[in-house]
Design a protein around this ligand. Structure first.
Ligand code: FDP
Length: 404
């Protein structure tokens, strides 16, 4: 079904007026047409590998598509993600050079009241365009956009016929408060199926839009259990792209000579227990008592494993989760007395990263419930997150349960 043409670029109230602006937050109070939970994809096996190139992301995705023809369209999206990550990696690397003039603040505040860095804005634009030009997206939501952006119709820049449409949610430059100091940052992306029954009248502006049209734009408000794919790119000593399509977690490293992401971490399995905590410990006194007590036991070597934990915290979620996937441990940004829902956003931080961690055999919880099962009510909703090694996170869940 071809959707109507619509120009719906929604921008912050402090800048350009949008063709469609929504004064109320999107809420999922009534039933949304949301695709059913995705089927498990079949993972490829590589019998023959070129010694020079290894398994590139392109080969990986095309073999996934051969095994799972129903998700062939995802290869196009991952082509765009790959290009965007390479471009963002270059931007981040060059940003330290005085000639790049990309460090510092943009002078705008996003809808969450955070000062936008220049690179937040540049990378948001870059990723938005890369995804939009695939023609496979119906709607996207980003940390840097006030409300979801409708991409259906000619405004998406390319014309496609029928074909699956997806919803992308992303944080283009997570950890950007670190970027001026050259500390690792990342991009986080989640992909849901879009409700193809959504038709939006191109003339619908503000209150002229029906509840149904507003809900179609709000198609981003799906729980993590509906994710069909999630990925992050980490801009660090190397550039990594780690993804899940619901059948394990796979890590690729950018071979700068080839210009290709090469499979370097196949089927990542997070250690079942470890001895690393990764929290902003300045907030400890305000945490919930069960978490405070569990972390205090770990530090004293009196937790379930008896190991004495040590602390590693970059303050960049992608970097901290990447280390946690490889070395094990517990990364978290829990709720506290000041911010009961913590700091991280459910849609484009908590849910996609939880999908990746769970697919690597780990757990992700708020303490009281599985992050993946929470249905967002608003796009920029925050969520407490405690994720990582299965046994360690289970210890936190048990402490919360015992306290009830
Ligand atoms: P940032 O504000 O630099 O974008 O949610 C964003 C985030 O970074 C995460 O990447 C990171 O884990 C967290 O905030 C760090 O917050 P604190 O500075 O409060 O520790």
């Amino acid at each position: 079904m071809k959707l109507n043409l619509l120009t719906v670029l929604l921008v912050s109230s402090t800048s350009t007026v949008s063709a469609f602006s929504v004064s109320r937050p999107f809420r999922s109070s009534t039933a949304l047409h949301v695709a059913s939970a995705p089927q498990k994809t079949k993972a490829p096996v590589f019998d023959e590998v070129c010694e020079t190139t290894g398994v590139t992301l392109k080969r990986f995705m095309s073999e996934v598509a051969m095994l799972n023809p129903d998700i062939t369209e995802l290869t196009v999206l991952f082509g765009a993600i790959e290009t965007a990550c390479k471009a963002i990696s270059n931007l981040v690397k060059r940003s330290q050079l005085p000639s790049s003039e990309t460090l510092g603040y943009q002078g705008e505040v996003n809808v969450q009241g955070e000062d936008q860095k220049k690179l937040d804005v540049i990378t948001n634009d870059l990723l938005k365009r890369a995804l939009r030009f695939t023609g496979r997206l119906g709607v996207l939501a980003s940390e840097e956009e006030d409300v979801p952006v409708d991409l259906s119709g000619a405004n998406k820049g390319v014309l496609i016929d029928e074909g699956e449409r997806y919803v992308a949610v992303f944080d283009p430059l997570d950890g950007s408060s670190n970027v001026d100091a050259g500390i690792p940052t990342g991009t986080i992306i989640g992909i849901y199926e879009h409700d193809e029954n959504c038709a939006i009248d191109p003339n619908c502006v503000d209150e002229d839009c029906s509840e149904q049209e507003a809900q179609c734009l709000a198609n981003t408000l799906q729980p993590g259990t509906n994710l069909v794919a999630a990925a992050y790119c980490l801009y660090s000593s190397s550039t990594f792209l780690v993804l899940t399509l619901g059948s394990g977690t796979y890590g690729f490293t950018l071979d700068e000579n080839l210009g290709e992401f090469v499979l370097s971490h196949p089927d990542i399995k997070i250690p079942e227990e470890s001895s690393i905590i990764s929290f902003n410990e300045a907030n400890t006194p305000n945490w919930d008592t069960p978490l405070q007590e569990t972390v205090a036991k770990w530090k004293a070597g009196k937790g379930k494993s008896g190991k004495k934990f040590s602390s590693r915290y970059i303050g960049s979620m992608v970097g901290d989760v990447h280390r946690t996937l490889l070395y094990g441990g517990v990364f978290g940004y829990p709720g506290d007395k000041k911010n009961p829902n913590g700091k991280l956003r459910l849609l484009y931080e908590g849910a996609p990263m939880s999908f990746i961690v769970e697919q690597a055999g780990g757990l992700s919880t708020t303490g009281k419930e599985r992050v993946m099962e929470i249905s967002p009510e608003v796009v920029h909703q925050r969520v407490p997150v405690i994720m990582g090694s299965k046994n360690d996170v289970q210890e936190v869940i048990d402490a919360y349960a015992a306290a009830q």
